[in-house]
Write a protein that binds this ligand. Structure first.
Ligand code: NOJ
Length: 944
């Protein structure tokens, strides 16, 4: 075993210098449960057998929790010894405030189980991490039988009268709630669940009979527990070369289920994958796999697993949308199949319970909204965190960091965050500073704080085997254990390491104490501009199977790694966030945390990125669908390393990557330790100026972007948004993932992602579009493809008529220094009615005061090509902390003849009426008021 570890370690270290060696990862046919479920799916569809039914006599409605309980009965036919009958507890409930239905299928705890290190029941606490309320208990709506008046008795037999026979003579129970059109039909004999919106069938669950619940059995009695359609492949052993030492103490435990999306011919979601936004057919191919792993130089156009997993699958049509949340953090594979006018999926997880929430809506955004209502709204970051982040593995010492700052400032390139990767630590021991090169971190932090800049440092969940921090963890027995209950030792950056077990309360408390010592005790003065990066938290283990933790490791509570794998990274970053939030409560400051691994719910606390990409055009192109996919499943704060982590990008690629990167919600330049330095100020002209202009455009748009982040923190809406989210009515948009909208602001972008490309084609819905930089207009009569020039200094980006943007146009070194700058409004009216609207959200960008009402929310409307007005939606409690309140410049984009310019405009504020000059700017064909002197927090009216 030791020898294998050494070989694997070498292989992994080598992979950190060459392309990803995907033979290290299982394919479906090498993963016991994936292959078994695919076999089962094939066989059951041929045999048409159904081994599962809902026991009608077990149906009970609990009126206190508004939950239906029943037993699903699995019958394994055995003529010799008599049928084996397994009862699987089933619950179903509709939720209040959402158009959703949740159901669970569990197994009773194992009665005779002689492993005292493990709990005898399946892991059923995922909701404690993924749901915003940190509990599996939801606010459910009262259930109603749609067949007759609800009966009050909770007597099992009373419900029998609610069983009806449908036209096919099947026994059916139908449930609904008073508050919505959502209806569910339970087919008792086949265990099929149909979900309807009114009369329309939207989702059929288990209609292909792929429900498979591998109930508990031992190797000895396995033969009597097997269904005829089941294969026994790798049930009690794993013959995959790199995980053959897995003990599989429970034997086979997988759960699987099929979902058919009726009337939908697309499926999206289930990131993270380096693949198209619309999920591809997987028939005869690899399914999409959700299993958090370290995939340096990951493959493109692939369904291989990556760093994060969000098991939300969604689909949309012009007036309807549906989402399926498979709340299971175990290794999971998803097959996708498009069949006529339906889309089919087959979820297969290695263990755990079936816990599914189905959401219905009219438009795609309804699914993201409800999903983030359930799993938590995305964090509202520091304003500075949506500025530019300058990172590299590594800045060598304090002087290096401060020189980068000086050079960025000298070259007038704004930035807000600078980062320290791994090598700032003393011998890769987290919670320490390397004494020779980072001797005075407090001073360095203070020098960065002058312009409001933040320093992010890397702290990973693996700790070098012996030193102060890991000793403390071991003293409290707060580390992950091996299958024998002893400290697990694996290899990562510091060689032999242990892993903090943040699944457990003790682990979180110890983790918290390490942060407190590091920040409040070890630094000479208590600073508020140190932020944290949790990397390698899949967890990445160099000598572990599939680059990660052995599945038979044991976590607090006696749960196997197998059962919780995809949620571990979330527990690490959430513990980090909670600790930092408490530490910074002294300053009432929002922490910033970047995490590489994630699960549903991560959006509440962190930003993420797309991991170790390569500096080439293909990865630039792929970054767009990857960030879009994350945005639609409620995790908008995502971005790819600009201009590619590994390798040395050409100057042209750098320019184009920055032009794309400014639209990622998380915008960070990062580079591998072996790559040539490429901070923007080091670039040759004209690339340096191109990059400077791109970053400055990001900064000019910060008020709008911050408003988009705020909107997202309210309803989960994407910041980088697919075309079909904006226009579900155009089927042409469902396959487009190389152009996108930005928030609800009508900015539509088609970045250039290939070399020597100086024009591009963008598909637009009917309307008028103003070039974002030149304001030159283009009219589109029907959905059409428009050719746009894109010389190297140009980003193909438009403002769609009907919208209005708020900018701050003066260059400053950082976002903090922009706080007192005036606003500019850019109005982009429609052609037909000459109208536009937009919103602005402003708070102090730093504290949590917005939670108690200290923020401004204001909307703007422009009508009849003439009148611009604002409406204050929410007034701040203390506007002094919100910075400048004045709008100086108003720019009205025109198509050249829709505004009668050359005269004065009238501005009315309360009883004060004044005239201001309107200039016509020939270059941009726009009418400009240069000195409007109106406040954003007071109502006014401008008449052109
Ligand atoms: C892996 C991360 O993905 C990468 O961004 C980082 O630079 C290295 N770890 C070193 O910490």
């Amino acid at each position: 075993m030791r020898a294998l570890n050494v070989i694997l370690g070498l292989v992994l270290l080598c992979t950190h210098a060459a392309a990803f060696t995907d033979y290290l990862l299982k394919k479906c046919h090498q993963a016991g449960f994936c292959q078994r479920n695919r076999d089962y799916a094939k066989n059951i569809q041929l045999s048409h057998n159904s081994y599962y039914h809902i026991d009608e006599l077990s149906v009970v409605v609990d009126n206190t929790t508004n939950t239906l309980h029943a037993d699903i009965v699995k019958t394994v036919p055995r003529e010799d010894i008599g049928d084996v009958v397994v009862r699987l507890p089933f619950t179903l409930a509709f939720q209040q405030d959402m158009l959703s239905v949740r159901f669970t299928i569990d197994e009773k705890p194992i009665e005779k189980f002689n492993n005292e290190l493990l709990t005898p029941y399946r892991y059923n606490e995922t909701a404690n991490w993924s749901f915003a309320n940190h509990s599996g208990v939801l606010d459910n709506a009262p259930l109603q039988w749609s067949t007759q008046e609800q009966q009050q008795e909770s007597n099992a037999l009373a419900w029998l009268s609610n069983i009806v026979f449908n036209a096919d003579e099947e026994k059916v129970m139908e449930l609904t709630t008073a508050s919505s059109d959502l209806r569910v039909r339970l087919f008792l004999e086949t265990c099929q669940i149909n979900v309807y919106d009114g009369k329309e069938l939207v989702l059929a669950i288990n209609d292909r009979s792929l429900l498979n619940f591998e109930h508990h059995r031992t190797l000895e009695d396995n033969f009597q527990n097997m269904l005829p359609e089941e294969s026994s492949y790798n049930m009690f052993a794993d013959d995959f070369e790199y995980s053959s030492s897995d003990h599989i103490p429970f034997g086979p435990q997988s759960v699987a289920l099929d979902f058919t999306f009726a009337g939908f011919n697309n499926l999206f979601g289930i990131p993270e994958h380096a693949d198209s936004l619309r999920l591809r057919e997987t028939l005869d191919e690899e399914p999409y796999r959700l299993f958090n792993v370290d995939v340096f130089q990951y493959n493109l156009n692939s369904r291989m697993p990556m760093y994060g997993a969000i098991p939300l699958l969604m689909s949309a049509s012009k007036d309807r949308s549906v989402g399926v949340f498979w709340n299971n953090p175990a290794d999971t594979w998803v097959d996708i199949h498009y069949e006529g006018s339906a889309s089919q999926s087959h979820f297969m997880s290695e263990t755990g319970v079936i816990d599914v929430v189905v959401f219905l809506g009219d438009k795609p955004a309804d699914i993201t909204d409800q999903f983030t209502h359930l799993t938590g709204r995305p964090t509202l970051p520091l304003m500075s965190a949506i500025g530019y982040h300058q990172c590299r593995w590594n800045y060598n010492d304090e002087l290096d960091v401060l020189t980068v700052q000086e050079n960025m400032d000298r070259e007038d390139i704004p930035f807000d965050f600078i980062w320290l990767d791994l090598e700032y630590t003393d011998d890769r021991k987290y919670f320490t500073w390397r004494p020779d090169s980072f001797a005075t971190p407090g001073k360095m932090l203070q020098k960065l704080a002058k312009y409001g800049r933040q320093l992010t440092v890397l702290i990973d969940p693996h700790l070098k085997f012996t030193y102060e921090a890991s000793n403390k963890v071991k003293e409290h027995s707060a580390e992950i254990k091996n299958f024998m209950g002893k400290t697990y030792i694996g290899r990562c950056w510091p060689e032999d390491s242990i892993w903090i077990d943040t699944m457990g309360k003790i682990g979180r408390t110890v983790w918290d104490s390490l942060f407190k010592e590091f920040i409040t005790e070890k630094l000479p003065s208590f600073v508020d501009n140190l932020q944290i990066w949790n990397d390698m938290n899949e967890p990445s283990i160099f000598n572990g199977p599939e680059t990660t933790a052995p599945k038979d490791l044991i976590h607090d509570g006696g749960f196997e790694e197998r059962a919780i794998h995809n949620v571990y990274g979330l527990t690490v970053h959430e513990a980090t966030y909670d600790s930092m939030k408490q530490i910074y409560s002294k300053f009432d400051k929002r922490p910033f945390i970047l995490s590489r691994a994630y699960f549903a719910g991560s959006q509440r606390t962190v930003a993420v990125w797309t991991g170790d990409n390569i500096a080439n055009w293909d990865y630039l192109k792929m970054s767009i669908p990857m960030v879009l996919s994350s945005n639609i499943v409620g995790l908008p704060f995502n971005g790819a390393d600009v201009a590619g982590f590994d390798g040395n990008p050409s100057p042209e690629l750098i320019a184009r990557w920055y032009q794309t990167g400014i639209w990622y919600p998380f915008f960070r330049g990062h580079a591998h330790i072996d790559s040539i330095r490429r901070e923007p100020y080091l670039l040759e002209e004209p690339i340096k100026s191109n990059v400077r202009d791109s970053i400055r455009l990001r900064y000019a748009l910060l008020p709008t972007l911050y408003s988009a982040f705020h909107q997202s923190s309210v309803d989960g809406s994407p910041i980088m948004k697919p075309m079909f989210f904006e226009y579900p009515e155009y089927s042409e948009f469902y396959d487009i993932d190389d152009q996108f909208y930005v928030g609800d602001y009508g900015i539509v972008v088609k970045p250039i992602t290939s070399t020597e490309t100086f024009s591009t084609e963008i598909v637009l819905a009917p309307g008028i579009y103003y070039d974002l930089q030149s304001l030159k207009s283009t009219t589109v009569d029907k959905l059409d493809t428009v050719t746009v020039d894109a010389p190297l200094d140009k980003i193909p980006a438009f403002i769609e008529g009907g919208h209005l943007l708020i900018k701050k146009e003066v260059y400053r070194r950082s976002s903090k220094l922009m706080i007192n700058d005036p606003y500019t409004i850019v109005v982009a009216p429609t052609l037909s009615t000459g109208s536009a609207s937009g919103k602005l959200y402003v708070d102090d960008g730093v504290t949590f005061e917005y939670e108690s009402g200290n923020y401004l929310d204001v909307s703007f409307t422009f009508t009849n090509n003439s009148v611009l007005e604002n409406t204050i939606i929410h007034e701040p409690s203390d506007s002094k902390t919100l910075g400048n309140m004045y709008i100086h410049k108003i720019v009205l984009a025109t198509d050249g003849n829709n505004v009668d310019v050359g005269k004065n405009a009238k501005i009315t504020v309360g009883s004060d009426v004044r005239e201001v000059t309107v200039e016509f700017d020939e270059e941009t064909s726009s009418a400009v008021i240069r000195d409007a002197q109106i406040r954003i927090d007071e109502p006014w009216r401008v008449e052109f």
